[in-house]
Write a protein that binds this ligand. Structure first.
Ligand code: SF4
Length: 63
């Protein structure tokens, strides 16, 4: 269950394919800038996204 593990008290297995710097997320591997999930969903809150700021990680979970 390593990849299902979040950082709420157990070891996080960094997914080397998903770099991430969002330390506030429960899925973030705190000592490394990687996500611990096997996959994530990226979306947008804009009707017509034109820059990186328009995109969001929709798998974010507040830790
Ligand atoms: S779920 Fe999204 S925001 Fe959270 S660590 Fe993974 S990539 Fe980063």
């Amino acid at each position: 269950m390593s990849n299902a593990c979040t950082n709420s008290g157990c070891d996080c297995t960094p997914n080397q394919s998903i770099k991430c710097t969002v330390n506030n997320c429960a899925h973030h591997c705190q000592n490394q800038d990687y996500c611990g999930l096997t996959s994530i969903t990226v979306g947008t809150h804009e009707a017509n996204p034109t820059m990186v700021e328009c995109t969001d990680c929709q798998s974010f979970k507040l830790k």
